[in-house]
Design a protein around this ligand. Structure first.
Ligand SMILES: *Cc1c(COP(=O)(O)O)cnc(C)c1O
Length: 372
């Protein structure tokens, strides 16, 4: 067995060159005065955080952000020197690990700053934190107030702590709300600054906002989806390209008669004598079960319907109209659309969800294959 054998036909192909180009494009768009904090949570939305990290850092990002400490630790072990940021809350009992591994932590209480600071001091270090402000989302962070400003000013005085930044997150409810959140944020920063606080980084913009609202870039942006080539913006434009595709190959072809059923519950009943292809992927690979009756795949350049119920490990396509179809033929589940394949955007439109959801549903089972 060769070392790099993936042992399966079903695989996720990641185009590292595109991820690199997308990152460089974002950096070029925001310019030299705005830092790019690339969001690589959820294993870089399924593409593979450890593998993408150097590509992203070498192409203009200066920080990598994850959601949880567990994700940060995995990345830290692989990349000892990259600046890492945790967007989420870390429970008090794990703050020692944050300090030890030189991870920058989101913070919204003096209490946590004191715990993290004392852990850092024990190690002879300073732990970096970014203060989270709740400007309306009501997820993490405290709402702006004089009390919170005093609490933030207090964090600057905690030994072992470097307050490096301040940030908030947009609910993206509508244009007016976005602007109202932005104003709330900048007003709160001014209040803190009037109490002597100085923040090296101030940030509010995710992928959509950093394209649609250039005035919200401040001096740091937090794109995730954009790096992987997802175009979620509405007003602006940036020609990023989808850096992921999901492929398989036909495992068996069956010839069935009109009136015969296929799969669980015989959910599909052939309306004509049909040729059907079994494909070795299912919902355990992250192919949404909701694609029953509305999924399609590309075989020999032709879009064909996925029929019957999506199983855990297998799915079936109607290939009656694909001339010359054979076992072993390549199946494109998600592609970049240039060949007529279903894009992540199309999948999310059909499923009524968003692109990040379609991407991070992809499970660990399909091997990732990296193209440079
Ligand atoms: C996930 C996340 C992002 C990145 O979101 P995209 O829409 O993928 O750009 C940015 N900021 C925070 C706080 C997040 O949780």
């Amino acid at each position: 067995m060769q070392e790099n054998e993936v042992l399966r036909d079903t695989r996720i192909e990641v185009d590292l060159f595109r991820a690199a180009k997308n990152t460089a494009m974002i950096k070029e768009m925001v310019g030299p005065d705005v830092a790019v904090m690339a969001v690589v949570k959820a294993n870089a939305y399924g593409l593979g955080a450890v593998r993408l990290a150097p590509v992203i850092i070498e192409n203009g990002a200066s920080y990598l952000a994850v959601a949880t400490l567990s994700e940060a630790v995995e990345l830290r072990n692989a990349c000892p020197d990259y600046p890492l940021f945790i967007l989420g809350h870390t429970p008090d009992r794990y703050l020692g690990i944050v300090a030890e591994m030189n991870i920058t932590q989101t913070i919204f209480s003096l209490h946590q700053a004191e715990i993290l600071g004392s852990e850092a001091e024990k190690l002879g270090k300073k732990a970096k934190v970014h203060v989270k402000v709740d400007t309306g989302f009501h997820r993490l962070g405290k709402v702006p107030s004089d009390d919170y400003a005093r609490e933030v000013a207090g964090m600057f005085k905690v030994g072992g702590i470097e307050v490096e930044g301040i940030f908030t997150h947009l609910a993206l409810a509508n244009d007016e709300e976005n602007r109202r959140q932005y104003r709330k944020f900048t007003d709160f920063i001014s209040l803190c600054e009037s109490m002597g606080c100085k923040f090296r980084y101030k940030h509010i913009a995710d992928s959509i906002a950093c394209v649609d609202y250039p005035e919200f870039r401040m001096n740091m942006v937090r794109p995730g989806a954009l790096i992987y080539g997802m175009r979620g913006y509405h007003k602006g434009y940036l020609p990023v390209e989808q850096a992921i595709s999901f492929k398989s190959a036909i495992s068996e072809i069956h010839h069935i008669k009109k009136g015969e059923g296929v799969g669980y519950d015989y959910h599909f009943i052939a309306q004509r004598d049909s040729v059907i292809a079994t494909m070795p992927f299912g919902y355990a690979d992250g192919y949404p079960r909701q694609f029953r009756d509305c999924g399609s795949v590309l075989i020999r350049g032709k879009r064909v319907p996925v029929i019957g119920v999506i199983c855990m490990d297998q799915a079936v396509a109607d290939v009656t109209d694909v001339p010359g179809v054979e076992e072993g033929d390549e199946v494109v589940i998600y592609g970049d659309g240039s060949d007529g394949s279903m894009t992540i955007q199309e999948a999310c439109d059909i499923l009524g969800t968003n692109k990040n959801d379609v991407l991070c549903r992809l499970t660990a089972r399909p091997p990732r294959i990296y193209h440079i």
